[in-house]
Ligand binder design. Structure first.
Ligand SMILES: Cc1cc2nc3c(=O)[nH]c(=O)nc-3n(C[C@H](O)[C@H](O)[C@H](O)COP(=O)(O)OP(=O)(O)OC[C@H]3O[C@@H](n4cnc5c(N)ncnc54)[C@H](O)[C@@H]3O)c2cc1C
Length: 402
């Protein structure tokens, strides 16, 4: 008996936050959507909690998709202020939500909560292949074909457009022969949930150190979720050291000023470690194919922009496909893909430039550069127009739909 073929408008490979959000956008346009995810559904809590700082712009996007209330019900922590400093150097920039006339500059959310809310809204609206993997793909002039395999059998799927949302090591990007460039930062991030002695007052701290940034994101009323950038050998030592020693090292690492404000770190949960790299796809489209999220770009998390950038990929692709639907045109046509590719260039380049520039600036240990940085942070704090620019970028307001 032959294998039955199923027809779709859009076939999305990768059911992470970007793939899930795109699936919701596409079904809302009245399109028939297949979502193929390799891992069995895992929307339960992770240890340590994996969290994302969502910009105000991304929060509005989730709101428009109808999932923000569900994410909020599962627990979000608003970021009322952002404080940027360099450990044991002068200068500090403070951004406050009231300066931007919004409730919060961003929100710290658990990845698992976002996924759970997205999947709840996708149920019954898209065809889920999960857990399933892609065995082959061919991108033809008139349609795309993929063969997926789940635990039981292979299925042939045909559609107008394939979307690769399958993360940094995208299998679909490789199958399409699209190269990626970038570099390894030779740094790892230690992630953990920690409690300081004093209240964080819903402030997110970005503390630059010689090995890289240490981010402290308010996770709930008391705790922070930290991403602590370390050199590889330091990271492996820090990962395995006893809790007491870890807390002592962390309390020292935040520097005297922050310790004065927050006190010592007194409690920690489990730790995990992630490598940091920059990876950028050479193109983000091919015949009947579009790349979104980490499949298109993986950033250093210094500025917390990876998912926020990915969510803007989702929005631009949905806009381009939406225009084709309204014009009763082929949703996988080259003109749609060109609109998407063109629409993402400037934002992508500016976020990568900002992230890498910030990293390079604070990685320089030359005394004059360190001195200038201290003055620079102090000057920025006094300069309303520069602060306003930073505020709008941090909150994701500059890139919001008019
Ligand atoms: C420590 C750390 C902190 C971060 N903090 C922030 C932050 O504060 N703010 C922010 O905006 N970003 C942050 N990021 C970046 C953010 O996590 C990513 O940009 C985001 O998760 C990318 O989402 P995605 O859906 O594109 O990819 P992923 O989350 O990688 O999802 C890809 C999905 O595809 C599936 N998949 C993979 N291969 C296949 C296949 N062959 N077939 C089918 N399915 C497949 C995977 O199982 C997964 O579900 C951080 C990253 C790290 C490492």
């Amino acid at each position: 008996m032959g294998v039955r073929r199923r027809n779709y408008d859009i076939m999305i490979v990768g059911g992470g936050m970007c793939g899930g959000a795109l699936a919701l956008e596409m079904q809302a346009l009245g399109l028939k959507v297949a979502l193929i995810e390799m891992q069995p559904p895992h929307t339960g809590p992770s240890q340590p909690e994996r969290v994302i700082a969502l910009s105000y712009g991304s929060r509005c996007h989730f709101d428009a998709l109808g999932v923000w209330q569900d994410i909020k019900a599962l627990g979000v922590a608003p970021i009322k202020q952002i404080s940027v400093n360099e450990a044991d150097n002068r200068g500090c920039v403070q951004l406050h939500h009231q300066q931007a006339n919004i409730d919060a500059l961003g929100y710290v959310v658990e990845n698992a909560h976002v996924l759970k809310s997205l999947y709840k809204h996708l149920e019954g609206k898209v065809d889920m292949y999960c857990p399933a993997s892609v065995r082959s793909m061919s991108l033809e002039d008139d349609a795309a074909h993929i063969i997926v395999r789940d635990s039981k059998r292979e299925k042939r799927l045909k559609g107008s457009l394939v979307v690769a949302a399958d993360g940094t090591n995208s299998q679909i990007r490789n199958m399409a022969g699209i190269g990626a460039f970038g570099w390894d930062h030779n740094r790892f991030g230690i992630v953990a949930s920690v409690t300081p002695e004093k209240s964080h007052d819903h402030t997110a701290f970005e503390c630059f150190r010689s090995s890289g940034p240490l981010a402290l994101l308010p996770l709930d009323e008391k705790r922070f979720s930290i991403v602590w950038t370390l050199k590889p050998e330091e990271a492996s030592r820090t990962l395995s050291m006893p809790d007491v020693m870890f807390l002592r090292r962390l309390s020292r690492a935040i520097g005297a000023d922050l310790r004065g404000r927050l006190g010592d770190m007194v409690e920690t949960g489990p730790r995990a470690c992630f490598p940091f790299e920059l990876r950028q796809a050479r193109r983000r489209t091919a015949k009947r194919l579009a790349l979104i999220g980490n499949a298109a770009h993986t950033l250093h998390p210094v500025a917390g922009q990876g998912l926020n950038l990915g969510m803007r990929d989702v929005r631009t692709l949905a806009d381009a496909v939406g225009a084709a639907v309204r014009g009763r045109r082929d949703v996988g046509a080259m003109i749609v893909l060109e609109a998407y590719e063109g629409g993402r260039m400037a934002d992508n380049a500016s976020v990568i430039g900002f992230t890498e520039g910030l990293n390079a600036l604070f990685n320089n240990e030359l005394a004059p550069v360190r001195f200038a940085r201290g003055w620079g942070l102090e000057g920025l704090q006094q300069l309303p127009s520069a602060k306003d620019w930073l505020l709008r970028h941090a909150a994701g307001l500059s890139q919001m739909r008019a």
